[in-house]
Design a protein around this ligand. Structure first.
Ligand code: ADP
Ligand code: MG
Length: 365
């Protein structure tokens, strides 16, 4: 139904969308997730021609909508959008908000438009609010009116841009329920959202956007359970990491420890976990000391908020070096301490680098 090929969008020198290619079929519900600033809104705005794409092609039902001769208002009505900030007409009643489009753009008579609007208000649970004005409604109610208004234009697809982000937490679920209902009725939708549980159970496809493109896509199971690419995994598992480079044996140990403590503070890690982490890092660096004269060492500490797991990766340059290989080790005590605090220790030789991954034992709460 919609075919988007090599879509790109620049704002001046800023490249927001590099190359987006995707096909959306009738009846599909697609969730679009990703860190903020990665162009999700821009993508929807380009589809809907609120922003003019810089390159690429968009076909809807075989018609190229980027053709200069295309009828923009007709396209917008086919691909109607629901915004984070509702965008209702404040000076019009709920009923007038719903009927103005169909009367002016679809050529419906007022009575037909009103009959249809009443059905739609019923659908979103707001039949009794037909005569109210937007500022008499709660945020959740306003957003449900916005969805009904969108439906009134009989769109082929609805584009939602973070429809619940501006709402009080108590009102999120009433809006999500309405969207779920539309999904059940077979409405084609593309939804930018931060509500992961919702994205997971409402959509049949999930797009993860990053680096100006669709970085990874798949079924909800694939994206949420087994993301294949690094950035997707970091986003899904809410991984935060801390990186430290050691280029000489005279590195600033106290400075580094202070930075690690700050990282732990930010992630609100329990005191015991912090102590164990610092202890592991200290012991590991002791073990590495003889090699630091000739090799560089990169340490990355990653915390997954979702899995509540903490891991440390040490990458060293130079010849093959597995500190945990049999009897290479001089410091028995250090080794024992590290082993007692970790769940697993995994060594890999990758190219000319040594990679050691330590997963910390979970603290019993
Ligand atoms: P997201 O919705 O994923 O948070 P956006 O699409 O809103 O991301 O923005 C992507 C990038 O494009 C951001 O860096 C933003 O500052 C920039 N951007 C968005 N709209 C404009 C605009 N009209 N002019 C200039 N830069 C813009
Ligand atoms: Mg956005």
């Amino acid at each position: 139904m919609i075919k988007i090929e090599h879509l790109s969008k620049k704002f001046g020198d800023l490249v927001v969308l590099r190359d987006v290619t995707i096909e959306i079929k009738s009846g599909e519900v697609i969730s679009i997730i990703g860190p903020s600033g990665t162009g999700k809104s821009t993508f929807l705005r380009c589809i809907n021609l609120l922003d003019r794409p810089s390159g690429g092609a968009i076909h809807i039902d075989g018609v190229n909508i980027l053709d200069p001769k295309a009828d923009v208002s007709k396209i917008r009505q086919k691909m109607n959008m629901v915004f984070q900030s509702f965008n209702l007409f404040a000076h019009l009643s709920v009923m007038e908000n719903l009927t103005i489009g169909p009367v002016k753009l679809l050529g419906l008579s007022r009575s037909d438009a009103e009959r249809k609007s009443r059905d739609l208000l019923k659908l979103v649970g707001l039949a009794e609010k037909a005569g109210s004005y937007p500022d008499e409604l709660s945020g959740g109610q306003k957003q449900r009116v916005a969805i009904a208004r969108c439906m009134a234009m009989e769109p082929r697809i609805i584009l939602f841009d973070e429809p619940t982000s501006a709402l009080d937490p108590t009102m999120v679920s009433e809006v999500l329920s309405v969207i779920r209902r539309l999904a059940k009725d077979g409405m084609t939708m593309a939804i930018v959202t931060h509500e992961m549980d919702f994205a997971r159970d409402v959509s049949n496809r999930v797009l993860y956007m990053d680096e100006g493109c669709i970085y990874e896509e798949g079924t909800p199971e694939e994206i949420f359970e087994r993301p294949q690419k690094e950035k997707t995994r970091a986003f899904i598992n809410r991984i935060r990491s801390f990186h430290y480079h050691i280029g000489t044996p005279d590195y600033d140990l106290y400075g580094m420890n202070a930075e690690i403590e700050m990282f732990c503070e930010k992630q609100i890690l329990p005191m015991k976990t912090r102590q164990n982490l610092l202890l592991i890092v200290e012991e590991m660096l002791q073990l590495y000391t003889p090699w630091l004269r000739t090799a560089h060492l990169d340490m990355t500490i990653s915390y997954s908020e979702k899995k509540e797991s903490l891991e440390v990766v040490f990458e060293s340059s130079g010849s093959a070096l597995n500190l945990f290989d049999n009897a290479q080790l001089p410091d028995e005590l250090g080794l024992t301490i590290i082993k007692s605090l970790t769940e697993s220790i995994d060594y890999q030789r990758l190219g000319d680098k040594n990679r050691l991954l330590l997963i910390l034992k979970k603290m019993v709460k």
